[in-house]
Write a protein that binds this ligand. Sequence first.
Ligand code: PEP
Length: 252
Amino acid sequence: MRTPLIAANFKMNKNLDEAFNYFNELKKLTADTKNVEIVVATPHLLLYPLTQSVKNTNIQLSAQNVHWEDSGAFTAETSPKTLKAIGINYTILGHSERRKMFCETDETVNKRIKNALKNNLKIIFCIGESLDQRENNETIKVITEQVKKGLKSVSKEEMNNISIAYEPIWAIGTGKTATPEQAQEVHKKIREILNDIYGNEISQKTRILYGGSVKPNNIKDLISQNDIDGALVGGASLKAESFFEIISQSSK
Ligand code: PEP
């Protein structure tokens, strides 16, 4: 049985005051939440002060990216070692906005994954096809390549710290959600790829999240699919109440 994971991605939104208010509200709302893992990826500048706010709660903080080295001449990058030292245990990696706007490739994502794992961070590893690729029937080919290259030389044991987020690029921030059937088809395929690489136990254990315009009114149909184990939520996570509505409908 895979515990659902519901993760918020704030992207480059909220200042410190806004974030504190948000967490005060979310903490109250989720105080009795059980059987769902809750993660919030805030802008990196806010992570350290917010560690105080989430202490002794069921909310975990996450980074939105980390570098493939622990230190060095990498202006404006974030070291996974520094994150760990301030008590952060999660990071998103390979988000399509990083791939598209900041030239991330499967190879750099793989390097970041390897170093995040070395530093004992848990990872939400994002993959997903563009609209052109979907319309050219290349979805499965693209997904297969992203999974294989992103997880290159990641061991079975290390897979315990990885969740995969399938985020069709055409559904991110557009209001267009993949139908539950479209999402399930790709999630099932991702599990088959994991089965080919790592065998049945790991493929059954690994959580595969869906991301792309998830809202309180569509989460139920998505999460009820066999291979959808949670969600990565952008826009609808920015209000504590709407993020909580998604969380509260997600226990399986
Ligand atoms: C995301 O950025 O990961 C995302 C899924 O955004 P949205 O929910 O706004 O589509």
